[in-house]
Design a protein around this ligand. Structure first.
Ligand code: DAH
Length: 616
């Protein structure tokens, strides 16, 4: 595995190392170095370029990418380089330093955005030629100046920027957010601007914010429910991108173009990648071909047209070869496995009608549907059948039959939506007077008992509604309600069933505990806790301080208790003969506790953002 020196020391410009692997693919040499100072493209930061010098030959590094745990350098070459050769690597420092400054500028702007706005979730970033950061949410244009001012203030304070390698647990404990695609082929690292929360990052950064120089916010673009904050840094003074290879000649560009062409052909012929992936790699804005085409601007005008013709021919030939490319998708996800935010795909700005169709994306059930299926199956195994009861129901089933008459103060907790009675008004008095959107699934209890079949073993899973919408509440959510009514039911039965559920759902090492509580419809009533899966009920995870997930060793599942005699009576069941237990818990909450997922804003569950949902 390549040792990623650029991650440990972003200022390293030269390095002596050994070649682990060298393989010719057409005219391009693929080199895997033992230690690497070239940054491989990813996380929105473009690849480094540079040179590798062997004893008798020198290779130009055109592009670096990650493959498995190795860095692969795509090189043009005069002479030979072989596995085992000692080499000296030199990174194109102007280009790298510019990329580092752009990248750190992105982090500075992120902090500025966070301090000036609220409710945004970072999605991705691009630190290439048109850098931006993208968030889920929106920002009004009047925030442009405050963001710019705040960003430049962070720059002016010249705050140290430090990096630290971390385990996944440490990362989730310390980082301000966890991006959707953490790399599985690179070490995990967090980067901190002094005074701000660490951010997961695998790129190269300058060592203090002052090195970024003045930042301009060049645009705030809101589209659908996303917003891009576009920015620029001062680049003229530090580096001229067109001159970065230092006076390249027309002949050199032509020979590099031909190398690019034949390596593109052999990559296509290797049939290792999907058509989409090939297009981005070979023709996209970050491809070696586009890079070389840009360099034409830096050569004398008299040569430029000649080189331009070759560049066009090369492009056309690659396009033509690709248009006949028929290959079932074999997606290579390495390039997407980026350390912070995924690459931009804006370079796919063309349309080829001859391109073979790609297979439609395969979806899966929403997490809540998955949870419902799993919960239903677990209870089915011990004879609890899933039942359905109305989600728009009489107040009587939702409250009154549950020992909560109209004026009872306990009702306040349920923040209920009342809805108007359709048509003629209902009678003022009697059972069926008011209609509610069920604020809990407990309305199913008396309804199930009214069916008149005993014993009852039901699991009622349904939507519930409450007048609450904030980071920890959605106005619509789900509950599952268990009810067991029979002769001689005891708390021991309740404990046994809950223990069975907790261990089936969360894992066989889990414990439960009952805390005394109060509900109108159960006596005695309890709150049920499950031992935390991270610290195992201790409140302190292995090697850590206070457990970040539970803080106390236990996670709260929800309410339960022995069915109140008044509830049985309301359904016409004689409480002297029969009794029972019940419990009712939130599906979303129960499921989140399982994965240990901490969602900053629960409303995202129902925001229908595929990028969030496909992670589960
Ligand atoms: N319905 C209660 C709520 O929404 C939860 C609950 C507590 C249900 C105790 C029960 C129970 O069946 O026994 O908060």
């Amino acid at each position: 595995m390549t040792d990623l020196i650029y991650l440990k020391d972003s200022y390293r410009k030269t390095l002596k190392t050994k070649i682990l692997k060298a393989e010719r693919k057409g005219d391009v040499l693929l080199v895997v170095p033992k230690d690497c100072i070239f940054y491989p493209q990813g996380g929105g930061q473009p690849s480094d370029t540079g040179r590798i010098k062997g004893k008798s030959s020198e290779a130009r590094v055109l592009h670096a990418r990650m493959s498995g745990g190795n860095v692969v350098l795509e090189c043009s070459l005069t002479g030979t380089l072989n596995a085992g050769d000692a080499v000296e690597c030199t990174v194109n420092w102007d280009r790298r330093f510019r990329n580092m400054r752009r990248h750190t500028a992105g982090h500075v702007i992120h902090e500025a955005v966070m301090s000036v706005t609220a409710g945004l979730t970072p999605l991705r970033a691009d630190h290439g030629d048109n850098p931006f950061i993208e968030y889920a949410g929106s920002i009004t244009r009047d925030k442009t100046d405050p963001i710019e001012v705040k960003a430049n203030e962070i720059v002016a304070r010249d705050l140290p920027v430090t990096a630290e390698f971390v385990s996944f647990d440490q990362l989730s404990e310390k980082a301000a957010f966890i991006p959707p695609h953490l790399p599985n082929n690179k070490p995990l690292r967090i980067v901190t601007i002094e005074g701000y929360r660490p951010v997961p990052d695998g790129g190269t950064q300058v060592s203090s914010t002052g090195e970024v120089g003045p930042i301009r916010i060049t645009g705030i673009e809101n589209r659908d429910d996303k917003v891009r904050v576009e920015y620029a840094i001062n680049e003229e003074s530090k580096t001229d991108t067109t001159q970065e290879e230092g006076g390249i000649s027309a002949q050199e560009i032509i020979s590099l173009l031909l190398e690019v062409q034949s390596s593109a052909f052999s990559l296509i012929d290797s049939h290792e990648r999907s058509a989409d992936d090939l297009r981005i790699r070979l023709l996209g804005s970050k491809s070696p071909l586009t890079g070389l085409t840009r360099k034409i601007r830096s050569i004398p005008k008299s040569d430029a047209s000649r080189v331009g013709i070759v560049a066009n021919e090369v492009k056309k030939s690659i396009e033509q070869k690709l248009s006949g490319y028929i290959r079932p998708e074999l997606l290579n996800r390495e390039a997407a496995a980026s350390p912070d935010l995924p690459d931009s795909d804006t370079d796919r700005g063309y349309f080829d009608p001859t391109e073979p169709g790609s297979s439609p994306p395969v979806g899966h059930l929403h997490i809540v549907s998955q949870a419902i299926t799993e919960i239903t199956d677990i209870f089915a195994r011990i004879g609890f059948s899933r039942v359905r009861h109305p989600e728009v129901d009489w107040d009587w089933y939702a409250f009154e039959s549950l020992n909560m008459p109209l004026s009872h103060p306990a009702r306040d907790e349920w923040e209920t939506f009342f809805i108007e009675y359709p048509g003629t008004r209902p009678p003022e008095k009697g059972k069926f007077t008011r209609i509610v959107l069920t604020p809990h699934t407990s309305n199913g209890q008396v309804r199930e008992m009214e069916k008149g079949e005993l014993p009852i073993r039901m699991i009622n899973i349904a939507k519930c509604y409450r007048r609450q919408s904030d980071v920890s509440h959605t106005p619509m959510f789900h509950q599952f309600e268990g009810l067991y009514v029979d002769r001689g039911v005891s708390i021991a039965h309740l404990k046994g069933v809950i223990m069975y559920f907790a261990r089936s759902f969360y894992g066989s090492d889990r414990e439960i505990r009952l805390r005394p509580f109060h509900f109108q419809f159960t006596e005695p009533s309890f709150e049920i806790d499950v031992s935390c899966g991270i610290c195992h009920g201790k409140g302190v995870p292995p090697g850590g301080s206070v457990c970040r997930l539970c803080k106390s060793g236990w996670l709260e599942l929800g309410g339960a208790g022995m069915v109140h005699p008044n509830v049985l009576k309301a359904a016409g069941i004689d409480p002297k003969i029969y009794n029972g237990f019940a419990f009712g818990w939130g599906v979303e909450r129960t499921y989140m506790m399982k994965s240990g997922t901490k969602i900053d804003d629960l409303r995202i569950l129902y925001g229908n953002d595929i990028r969030f949902l496909e992670q589960f």
